[in-house]
Design a protein around this ligand. Structure first.
Ligand code: AMP
Length: 490
């Protein structure tokens, strides 16, 4: 793997990357950054969550010359949400550069955007409609825009912007460098690339490898009229830190938001019938972890980069396998694991098989954490008769028996195990005892002590069963959360 330092980025950009805590480039960055720094056109077939923003954004910032007072780079986005998100990312990457980045998007006063442009912009991040508008008013000229990015081009196509995108490209200098990012490459996007790009290098990051594999997927078969009740139940069992719940329609989303609210759940909706202002408010609250559950439609949640989403729930089965991948890609981001749960009515049951085939994945039936633990892969259970005799006497604190008779440590001294979860994850002493009994086949006598703290727990078990306990329970799920066990260090 190439390190960031080998990609040829300037020290100022490298510093920002270090400060953001990015350790290694993602695959799309590793491939796209050198190409773009070398001045080539690039087609990046990658979706949100792959690190594509930095892949085009870092070379963009390196290209821009802050001493030249013109719009030198343009990023076109399909939605206002993505526009804001890309702007925030570029500003973070430009922390140590004198580059002015201005966001222009619909639904906000055009006057203030015009004045921001007048006071100087090196980079403009824009939604298509607002860019057309500003160009029409001569508030934005692109004669010096030699670095052009089309972000989520397939979404722009779906939203009907492709002709405007072409118009904008025609206004940019012909000697420009163009980068096109798109999760899929439908024919109109291919044609756009052929007509408006110069000998592009195509970099394809298969979303299946990058996202879906890291996600535990399950489905729930439930009659339509029982869906909301099942969802409430499932949320109580899964206890997601943060979840996005996808609905197919705006009405469905607001109805579900109300139902969940009535049940006392901490939830907000995000859909196209809301004003832009309230959509932004919801997005920011969710990103700041002030809201735990987000009910969203596909359009409203397009391209959202939301970190730490532990669960994606498809309350309505996605319209296509692409939509499925796109939705569930919001969990299990760079280096993290997540869960995706899809609701189907009995009539929609075949949809699961279709998604499994298209995405080449396995989606099992949803199980309660107890069932999951039961089914978690683990080494063959040792027969009870092989187990050494249990230690019945109460455990002595480490060292407390030393010196009493000068013996070596008593054979019964319990071994302390560390568990990475505690109260905060909803674990109780009873849950851990249950897991020890059922998952690691321990008898009550072999379990000496269980103490659940805020963020983690300790259990003490007889030494002869300590290894087996770790072997059987480490990496399994308890109450929907993966638990890690290890022998505690003193
Ligand atoms: P994107 O695909 O551009 O929406 O990025 C997805 C998330 O990955 C964002 O939260 C980025 O901050 C993060 N990210 C991008 N590049 C890296 C990297 N090299 N290492 C770690 N995180 C990254």
């Amino acid at each position: 793997m190439t390190a960031f330092k080998e990609l040829g980025l300037s020290p100022q950009i490298q510093q920002a990357i270090d400060e953001l805590g990015f350790e290694d480039p993602t695959p799309i960055q590793e491939e796209a950054i050198p190409e773009l720094l070398g001045g080539h056109d690039v087609i990046g077939q990658a979706q949100t969550g792959t690190g594509k923003t930095a892949a085009f954004g870092l070379p963009l910032l390196q290209y821009v010359d802050p001493s030249v007072d013109e719009v030198q780079a343009v990023v076109l986005t399909p939605t206002r949400e993505l526009c804001i998100q890309v702007t925030q990312a570029l500003r973070a990457y430009a922390e140590h550069l004198d580059v002015e980045i201005v966001a222009v998007f619909g639904g906000a006063p055009i006057k203030s955007q015009q004045s921001q442009l007048r006071s100087g912009a090196h980079v403009v991040v824009a939604t298509v409609g607002r860019m057309m508008d500003l160009m029409g008013r001569r508030s934005l000229v692109l004669t010096a825009a030699r670095y052009v990015v089309l972000d989520e081009a397939d979404e722009m196509l779906d939203l009907g912007f492709i002709e405007d995108v072409e118009k904008i490209l025609r206004m940019c200098p012909s000697g420009r460098q163009t980068a096109l990012f798109s999760a899929t490459m439908p024919p109109p996007i291919q044609r756009l690339a052929e007509s408006y790009m110069y000998d592009p290098t195509t970099i394809r990051i298969t979303p299946k490898k990058l996202t879906v594999d890291a996600i535990a997927q399950a489905f729930v078969e439930v009659p339509a009229k029982e869906k909301s009740a099942r969802l409430v139940e499932l949320l109580r069992t899964e206890e997601p830190e943060q979840a996005i719940i996808f609905c197919r329609t705006k009405i469905g989303a607001s109805r579900l938001e109300k139902t969940l609210k009535d049940k006392g759940l901490d939830v907000k909706a995000l859909h196209g019938d809301m004003s832009q202002g309230s959509r932004d408010g919801v997005m920011i609250a969710f990103k700041d972890h002030r809201v735990r559950l987000l009910v969203a439609t596909d359009i409203a949640a397009r391209g959202l980069d939301i970190e730490h989403v532990t669960h994606v729930i498809n309350f309505d089965v996605p319209a296509s396998s692409e939509v499925y991948v796109h939705r569930i890609g919001r969990t299990g981001r760079v280096g993290r694991t997540g869960r995706a749960i899809t609701f189907v009515t009995p009539a929609q049951r075949d949809e699961i098989g279709r998604i499994e085939r298209d995405v080449k994945t396995t989606i099992g039936e949803w199980e309660t954490p107890e069932e999951r633990l039961e089914h978690a892969p683990r080494p063959r259970r040792r027969e009870r008769s092989e187990a050494k005799p249990a230690v019945v006497e109460p455990v002595k604190e480490a060292g407390s028996d030393k010196g009493a008779g000068g013996e070596s440590p008593e054979p019964g001294a319990a071994v302390k195990l560390f568990v990475n979860r505690g109260e905060r994850s909803g674990l109780t002493e009873e849950d851990l005892r249950w897991a020890l009994r059922e998952g690691a086949v321990l008898s009550d006598e072999e379990i000496h002590d269980v103490s659940v703290l805020h963020r983690f727990s300790f259990v003490r078990v007889s030494p002869e069963v300590a290894e087996r306990t770790v072997e059987f329970l480490d990496g399994t799920k308890l109450k929907g959360k993966e638990i890690r066990l290890e022998i505690a260090r003193n």
